[in-house]
Design a protein around this ligand. Sequence first.
Ligand code: ZN
Length: 113
Amino acid sequence: MHEMSLCEGVLQVLEEQARIQSYHRVKQVWLEIGALSGVETEALRFSFEVVCRGTLAEGARLNIIQIPGRAWCLPCAKSIAVSHRYDPCPDCGGHQLQVTGGDEMRIKELEVE
Ligand SMILES: [Zn+2]
């Protein structure tokens, strides 16, 4: 599962940061997830719980912040909002779009002790 490897990546960051910032427990994690990242939030929550079992982030609360997708429409020469990767431009109906945001996932904030 795609979400499982994403969570393993997140856990790696949490463990690295624990060494740098010398915390020993992660209580909450805020993750920013772009609408175009293709991440299933329910699958992500499930994977997070599984991956974090027996680690410093066991039982940590996962907060998901959805980031809307943005793309640049070449014919319209402007930035538009898109909710799915292959959606056409809402103004001209065209597909000459370059995704400019909302296709990533990143850790925004942590609550640790
Ligand atoms: Zn357009």
